[in-house]
Write a protein that binds this ligand. Structure first.
Ligand code: SAM
Length: 235
C-alpha cells in the first residue's frame, strides 16, 4: 500500500512512523509512506503563504485552493499507475471504523490530505477529493493525527505486517466484538488471580471462555456493536 500524505507540518510524522510495527512494515516494503509539504506548492514564491480569509467574514483562516490542488495533482501523477484514492481527513467526513479500515485494504494507494486552520476551500473537496473521513466526533487542530491513525489502522491489517504473535484476529472490532480480558504473569497479582480456566491448559474451554467474555464485554460496553453483531450473525 502506498500512502502519500499532504500536510503543512511534515515533521509531525517523523516520530509516529519511525518505531515498532510501522517501522517494520516500511523496512519490509509492505507499505511506503511519502510526506509532502503543501507549502512547496504555493504560487507565492516569496512568502509561501498557503492561507487566506474566508468569504462571509467568519473567524479564522482557510487553506487556499491553489497549493492544495497543486499538491493533489502532483500526488495523483506520482501514483497514477495505482489509481490512488484521495481522502480528506475532516470532522465532517464519514466516521472511521474497522469495517471502513478493512474496505480500504482494497486500494493500492491513498493520498491523505491533512487540513489545518478552519479547514480547506470547499471547491477542492468538490473537484479533487474522493472521500472525507473523520476519526471521531470531535475537532482536532489538524488532519495530521487522523492521517497517522489511518496509516496505523490500515497497516496492521496488511498481510505479513503482524506476525502470529500480535495477530489482529483477537483484537477488538476484528469480528465485530470487543476483545476479551487479557492476563499475563504473575498468576496472582495483589491477591487477584488469573481466571482458573486460563491456566487449565484446556484449549477448547479457554476458547469458549474467551468468546463468552468477549460477548459479555461487548453487550455491556457497546450495546450498539452487539446489536449489529446479532443482526449479522443471527444470534
Ligand atoms: N472548521 C472545521 C469544521 O468545523 O468542520 C474544523 C477545522 S479543524 C480545526 C482543522 C483540520 O483538522 C480539518 O481541516 C481536518 O483536516 C482536521 N480534523 C479536525 N478534526 C478532525 C477529525 N475529527 N477527523 C479528521 N480530521 C479532523
Amino acid at each position: 500500500m502506498f500512502f502519500d500524505i499532504l500536510t503543512l507540518f511534515p515533521s509531525m510524522f517523523t516520530g509516529a512512523f519511525s518505531d515498532s510495527i510501522i517501522k517494520r512494515a516500511l523496512e519490509r516494503k509492505l507499505i511506503s509512506i511519502d510526506i509532502h509539504d503543501i507549502r512547496d506548492y504555493s504560487d507565492d514564491l516569496k512568502h509561501k503563504t498557503v492561507d487566506d480569509y474566508p468569504y462571509g467574514g467568519n473567524a479564522g483562516m482557510l487553506i487556499r485552493p491553489q497549493p492544495l490542488a497543486g499538491a493533489i495533482k502532483d500526488a495523483k501523477e506520482r501514483l497514477k499507475e495505482f489509481k490512488p484514492l484521495v481522502i480528506y481527513l475532516s470532522p465532517q467526513g464519514e466516521l472511521l471504523n474497522q469495517q471502513l479500515v478493512k474496505s480500504l485494504l482494497d486500494e493500492k494507494a491513498l493520498i491523505l490530505l491533512c487540513g489545518r486552520y478552519k479547514g480547506i476551500d470547499q471547491r477542492v473537496c468538490d473537484k479533487y477529493v474522493d472521500r472525507e473521513i473523520s476519526i471521531g466526533d470531535y475537532v482536532l487542530s489538524g488532519g495530521e493525527i487522523p492521517a497517522m491513525v489511518m496509516v496505523d489502522a490500515i497497516t496492521r491489517l496488511i498481510p505479513g505486517v503482524l506476525g502470529n504473535r500480535d495477530s489482529a484476529e483477537n483484537d477488538s472490532h476484528f469480528n465485530g466484538l470487543l476483545s476479551c480480558p487479557q492476563y499475563t504473569r504473575p498468576e496472582v497479582f495483589e491477591q487477584m488471580s488469573v481466571p482458573e480456566v486460563l491456566v487449565s491448559g484446556h484449549h477448547a474451554k479457554i476458547l469458549q471462555w474467551q468468546k463468552e467474555q468477549s460477548i459479555e464485554m461487548t453487550r455491556k460496553r457497546r450495546p450498539d456493536l452487539w446489536e449489529k453483531y446479532k443482526e449479522i450473525h443471527e444470534v
